[in-house]
Design a protein around this ligand. Structure first.
Ligand code: F6P
Length: 465
């Protein structure tokens, strides 16, 4: 292997540059060149394939900073369509003309599905990333549990459903890809947000609902437990409104404020997503969940009513007392914390190892067990696929959450501890101390990494037709 291409696809995460850095450092050791392909798969649809040589003379370029969030080579939600054979032929020939003999895609489940058609043309491996922590399996046999059920409201006429009658005993040591880079930083930001909302809710005797990302998985919401919200709601357990209202009133009686953390994908007892009441989709076809907290707020306003707050002399209306905030894209941006940086780099290096070892359609994964701690491995992507070949996003195992207490279960706590116990490094705290209020920030404009990387972009000579 002489030259590898690398791209970042899907929503960005804080640890992408760290993964690229890990891959480049390993490639330098193996004397392999690495070309960064700009804006994910989008670069491959462009006849001139914009790219950046990330390690000229086997030295990484200075713009590649593993402590910086985002991705210096850009990302997009464009994917290769497996039915468009002509397009795949063109992509394969472009990569061949660039001299690329192996490809690393950094992404989540969408990227792993998206790269499948390319694996028949050249060796391709995945290095995982996603703040949602939904790339992986709760146990190795999980893909076999997916079935197709008829659904006339969808063009295909069916949808996929995971059967509930699992024969597998849930055991943390069986998890495939225990945690993905990006998750720890997203939890850090979200838990900090929860912690900060508390004091204003306390001071003004209010009920705060904080919405965190995660699509259909509740891992980020689960992790906000570190910020000590009173109630956590996750998509894997349908909302029990009566139970929630009872608990909110109990807590409000006791402490005159309540903090609720909810995942953006929470569902009602009919399985309808609260945040998708006005439905729209992103370019990759994912439903955009835009208002779980707001919809929950309206339900609470209706269920609790103004009179309750008037009796307590806490303002005139339930509308005044109950407010929402989204943590939003701040949970996916900025400097990655130590845990993410460290393991993202190892996963990037492992992806290079997989290609160098002659593997194709393989995923570099992060495993955990009590004896070995965290360690990287290679896992055959085919083992993520259901019987129709589709790779599904992992849902947080329901056993990690206690629906009665609306908090992490004992197993949930056991799951979180190894990730977060030493997740923040001294340098993370020192970085904040030194940089946020640096005097230069006031006088100088922000210098975007894109400005420097643009100067390095090269293009393939256009195809002759
Ligand atoms: O998949 C990552 C993620 O951040 C989800 O948690 C969230 O639902 C989605 O992307 C947001 O996408 P966008 O950046 O396109 O708004």
């Amino acid at each position: 292997m002489k030259r590898i291409g690398i791209l970042t696809a899907g929503g960005d995460t804080p640890a992408l540059n760290a993964t690229i850095h890990g891959a480049v450092v390993r490639a330098n050791q193996l004397r392999i060149e690495i070309f960064g392909l700009m804006k994910g798969f989008n670069s491959l649809f462009n006849p001139v394939v914009p790219h950046v040589h990330l390690n000229p003379l086997y030295q990484e370029i200075p713009e590649l900073d593993p402590t910086k969030g985002g991705t210096l080579i850009g990302s997009s939600r464009d994917y290769v369509d497996p039915d468009k054979k002509d397009e795949i032929d063109l992509i394969a020939s472009r990569l061949a003309r660039l001299g690329i003999d192996g490809l690393i895609c950094i992404g989540g489940d969408g990227t792993l599905n998206g790269l499948q058609p390319l694996t028949e043309r050249l060796p391709v491996v995945l290095a995982p990333k996603t703040i949602d922590n939904d790339l992986g399996l709760n146990y190795p046999s999980e893909p076999d549990e997916w079935v197709r059920v008829n659904d006339s409201t969808i063009r295909a006429g069916y949808r996929y459903k995971q059967t509930e009658s699992s024969h597998a005993v849930f055991d943390l040591s069986q998890i495939v890809n225990y945690v993905t880079p990006g998750y720890a930083t997203a939890v850090y930001v979200s838990a900090t947000g929860v912690d900060r909302i508390r004091t204003t809710a306390e001071s003004h005797r209010r009920i705060a609902i904080i919405e965190v990302m995660g699509r259909h998985s509740g891992y980020i919401a689960l992790g906000t437990a570190y910020g000590q919200p009173d109630i956590i709601l996750v998509p894997e357990h349908p909302l029990d409104l009566e139970h929630l209202v009872e608990r909110v009133k109990y807590l409000y009686d006791l402490q005159k404020n309540v903090v609720i953390a909810c995942g953006e994908g929470i569902v009602d007892d009919q399985g309808r997503e609260l945040g998708a009441e006005t439905k729209s989709t992103d370019p990759a076809g994912n439903i955009i969940l835009s208002g779980a907290a707001e919809s929950l707020r309206l339900k609470l306003i209706q269920a609790i009513g103004d009179r309750y707050f008037q009796l307590y002399r806490r303002g005139e209306t339930a509308r005044e007392a109950i407010f929402t905030r989204k943590v939003g894209h701040t949970q996916r941006g900025g400097r990655p914390i130590l845990f993410d940086r460290f393991y993202a780099a190892q996963l990037g290096a492992q992806a290079v190892n997989l290609l160098a070892d002659g593997r194709n359609n393989s995923v570099s994964i992060l495993q955990y067990n009590a004896e070995k701690g965290f360690h990287v491995q290679g896992y055959d992507a085919n083992r993520f696929r259901d019987r129709w070949g589709l790779i599904h996003a992992r849902r947080m195992h329901p056993g990690l959450y206690d629906p009665e207490l609306m908090r992490p279960s004992r197993t949930g706590i056991e799951y979180l501890l190894p990730i977060f116990t030493d997740a923040i490094g001294d340098d993370d705290a020192e970085h904040m101390r030194r940089t946020l209020f640096a005097a230069g920030n006031l006088g100088h404009p922000y210098h975007s990494i894109n400005t420097d990387v643009n100067k390095r972009i090269k293009y393939l000579a256009a195809e002759t037709t």
